[in-house]
Design a protein around this ligand. Structure first.
Ligand SMILES: Cc1ncc(COP(=O)(O)O)c(C=O)c1O
Length: 387
């Protein structure tokens, strides 16, 4: 059976060119980047080239990039590391109610350590009202941490306006850009960013590698102590093959890919919405890919369960998801869908389809030929009423 992979919000396939770039660093160029001999230096050069390339992609300086094991670690380092290093200034952190679990749970843990966390509510499309953010900031606030491009509903926050508020109020601003990186512009200077989390496996790079941008001069307490790698902020021998692959994936990504995905996404959305009593979750009216992630579509179908749709699609070779990959085994309705005001049964009736630049029109057409029949069949046996 052929596979049609529309779960690129969970992870993406490795670009063959990325794999090719990584391979020498797993075979002949295996040195430890901390070793002073020529093998070590060979790895060190690759590591620093990758750092420079990634720094440039967000208008940062190479020394402001710390390599980590991925988005989860970068978010933990940003939030806990900043909280501990700056707790004398204040103990209040602001985040939102549509964060990835790694941010939500890092913040929850900080509450057990004496920090106070405010979760700002988003609007019906998942946007944060700048006035709400401004109002939530107190004298005790040290950090605002928010997801840039939402992994479930695709909402892209207006980081420029939100960053301006944080800078003016003197609080640090962290964004989780795992989903948005390379898909929409991130410029740490223009957008007033202090900390940025990015990872590789959402952009056709390898899993288990990511980075944290830390604006020069910001104090962070490391979570892992050891040999002092990555400017003492993340000890452990650097994963050079994966870092090289990450940088290659960044080098390959370009604006043309995002434009291509916007077109494909909008084609998919337009056709799926023709199914009766079907609605789009998250922002609509996004022509330029700056309000909604270019690869994200999230639908809700009345009277059916997203899990059941996903199962039927899977039987036809189509990979989809009902929400975040981390919580896809949970029976609880998605906290993101609840945050935008959906009822539990509406949240349960939702399905996320996330494309990539490798997704073809023919694949989308195949999905479009299968999906209406699946919905019809499920509605015919639905106990939720309607059809
Ligand atoms: C928005 C967001 N943040 C964080 C993560 C976690 O990243 P990683 O899987 O690299 O730990 C993900 C992906 O799973 C994500 O989508």
């Amino acid at each position: 059976m052929r596979t049609i992979y529309l779960d690129n919000g969970a992870t993406t396939k490795i670009d063959p060119k990325v794999l090719e770039a990584m391979q020498p660093y797993m075979t002949e160029k295996y040195g430890n980047a901390s070793s002073t001999h020529h093998k070590g230096q060979e790895a060190k050069i690759a590591l620093e080239d990758a750092r420079s390339l990634i720094a440039k992609s967000i208008n940062a300086k190479p020394e402001e990039i710390i390599f980590t094991s991925g988005g989860t670690e970068s978010n933990n380092l940003a939030i806990k590391g900043l909280a501990f290093a700056n707790s004398r200034k204040g103990k209040h952190i602001i985040t939102t109610n549509i964060e990835h679990d790694c941010v939500l749970n890092a913040c929850k843990w900080l509450e057990t350590q004496g920090f106070k966390v405010t979760n700002i509510n988003v609007d019906k499309e998942g946007f944060i009202d700048p006035a709400k953010l401004e109002k939530a900031i107190t004298k005790d606030t040290i950090l605002v941490s928010m997801i840039h491009g939402n992994n479930e509903i695709g909402t892209i926050q207006d980081i420029k306006s939100l960053g301006e508020i944080c800078r003016r109020k003197g609080v640090f601003f962290h964004i989780d850009a795992c989903q948005s990186y390379t898909k929409t512009e991130i410029d740490v200077r223009k957008h007033n960013l202090d900390l940025v989390t990015i990872n590789s496996h959402k952009i056709h790079g390898p899993k288990g590698v990511g980075a944290l941008y830390i604006r020069k001069g910001i104090n962070i307490t490391p979570l892992a102590h050891g040999g002092g790698h990555e400017q003492n902020l993340r000890s452990g021998t650097e994963n050079v093959p994966s870092i090289v692959g990450f940088a290659k994936a960044v080098r390959i990504a370009d604006k043309g890919h995002a434009r291509q995905m916007v077109k494909m996404r909008d084609y998919l959305i337009e056709k799926v919405l023709k199914i009766p009593e079907t609605y789009l979750n998250g922002p609509s009216g996004d022509k330029n890919g700056d309000r909604r992630l270019c690869n994200n579509a999230n639908f809700r179908f009345s009277y059916v369960e997203g899990e059941a749709i996903g199962g039927y699609l899977d039987a036809k070779g189509i990979c989809s998801s009902t929400g975040s990959a981390c919580s896809s085994r949970s029976l609880e309705p998605s906290h993101v869908l609840m945050a935008i005001g959906l009822k539990p049964e509406e949240a349960h009736g939702s399905l996320r389809l996330t494309i990539s630049r490798f997704t073809t029109k023919e694949e989308v057409d195949y999905v479009l030929s299968v999906l209406p029949g699946v919905i019809k069949k499920l509605r015919a046996i639905s106990s939720l009423g309607g059809f």
